[in-house]
Design a protein around this ligand. Structure first.
Ligand code: HEM
Length: 125
């Protein structure tokens, strides 16, 4: 069974990413980074990406091509403060799923690692 299936499939990722973007929508540091007025498209892209990453359907790559996440984040200034704000909303979203602890830990460890890898602006810069 894939991790995608183990955590409950599409519905779980829908809840995760929806909850995350509810936080982003209210965040004065993060919200201005998102170019579109409506966050629905951003929500869909992150959801498709995470579903694919964890072994679900590869709709993300069919529509968007290779993820190249670092390149795709270059237009946005992501310092430590932005990373930590992103992770704060994601932590809230992961907790809200009430997954078994081992699954929650696996998901969370990946998100922390991925968020660290996308910082592209030096501190105080
Ligand atoms: C896109 C910010 C971390 C995955 C975006 C966008 C912004 C953004 C502003 C454009 C929204 C849009 O699609 O219209 C950030 C910030 C992060 C962060 C501030 C803090 C570190 C991550 C992480 C992941 C991720 C850790 C993956 C685990 C994505 C994906 C897209 C995206 C898949 C859409 C790419 C595309 O197909 O165009 N992000 N992001 N981001 N982000 Fe992030």
């Amino acid at each position: 069974m894939s991790f995608y299936e183990a955590v409950g499939g599409e519905e779980t990722f829908h809840r995760l990413v929806h909850r995350f973007y509810e936080g982003v929508a209210e965040d004065p540091l993060l919200r201005p980074l998102y170019p579109e007025e409506d966050l629905t498209g951003a929500e869909e892209r992150l959801r498709m990406f995470l579903i694919q990453y964890w072994g679900g359907p590869n709709t993300y790559s069919q529509r968007r091509g290779h993820p190249r996440l670092r390149m795709r984040h270059v237009p946005f200034v992501i310092g430590v403060a932005e990373r930590d704000a992103w992770l704060r909303h994601m932590n809230d979203a992961v907790q809200s799923l009430e997954l078994p602890e081992d699954l929650a830990t696996r998901l969370w460890d990946y998100l922390v690692y991925a968020a660290h890898s996308l910082v592209n602006a030096p501190e105080g810069g």
